[in-house]
Structures are given as structure tokens and as C-alpha cells.
Design a protein around this ligand. Structure first.
Ligand code: SF4
Length: 128
């Protein structure tokens, strides 16, 4: 077991989590799984604390916190990232349908849904 350090890591509020699983796939390192109907950081060393999962959570159950945890382990995450890439499914902008292969997408909450929007459509969302 590695020594712990103070670092940023994902926090999951189990009271708010409804077990929908939307946070599982945005985590390239495979740190989050659904266990007994709730999202869990199954191995702290796989969570890099980047927070890409936060934007897709429909209930606000995911936040980032600074606390003692084992360091992020690049070597442990690498084979999981490679496996996930093999099963990669491109996401699409909910407004124009462009693929993330062609334009960067960002997670967005709109009308009670968690979805993706491309960088070209963001100004229209902001300014109407
Ligand atoms: S996206 Fe949010 S509500 Fe859904 S499983 Fe993950 S933490 Fe729970």
C-alpha cells in the first residue's frame, strides 16, 4: 500500500446518488463502478481527481475534495485506459449532432438532462 498524500479526489454523496451509472464511462481510468446501486470510487489510485465525471451527474452527488489518499497510479490506470479506448463510442453534440471525433464536446446540464454540447454550439446556449 502506497503512502498517502493530500490531493484532490472525487467525493460521492451516497445519499444523492441514484445509481444511474452516467459517471462510469466518463472516467477513463475506470475508478468508478456501481456497487449495490450506488457509485463508488473502487480504487483511489485510479482516480486522478480531474473531475470529468462531475458534469454528467444529474443529482449533484459528485464533487471534488482535498483529502488524504493514495497517489494517482499512472501505471495501474494505463491498461484500463487502453481497454476503454478499444470499446470507445463517440458522443455527439445534442444540438448539431457533431461527433467528438470532429469537435471537442463538453458535458452540460440542460432541461434536467445530462448531455454533451460541442464548442461551436456553446455560444448559442449561453446567448440564446
Ligand atoms: S452520475 Fe451521479 S447519480 Fe448517477 S451513479 Fe454517478 S454519482 Fe450516482
Amino acid at each position: 500500500m502506497s503512502a498517502t498524500i493530500t490531493r484532490q479526489i472525487v467525493r460521492i454523496d451516497e445519499d444523492l446518488c441514484n445509481g444511474c451509472g452516467l459517471c462510469v464511462s466518463p472516467c477513463a481510468e475506470g475508478a468508478i463502478e456501481i456497487v449495490d446501486g450506488k457509485a463508488k470510487v473502487i480504487r483511489e489510485e485510479l482516480c486522478d481527481g480531474a473531475g470529468f465525471c462531475l458534469g454528467v451527474c444529474p443529482t449533484g452527488a459528485l464533487t471534488l475534495e482535498m483529502r488524504e489518499a493514495v497517489p494517482f497510479d499512472h501505471d495501474a490506470a494505463e491498461p484500463i485506459i487502453a481497454e476503454k479506448k478499444a470499446n470507445y463510442l463517440a458522443q455527439h453534440c445534442f444540438r448539431c449532432g457533431v461527433s467528438e471525433d470532429d469537435r471537442p464536446l463538453l458535458p452540460v446540464r440542460t432541461g434536467g438532462d445530462s448531455t454533451w454540447v460541442c464548442t461551436k454550439c456553446i455560444p448559442a446556449l449561453i446567448h440564446g
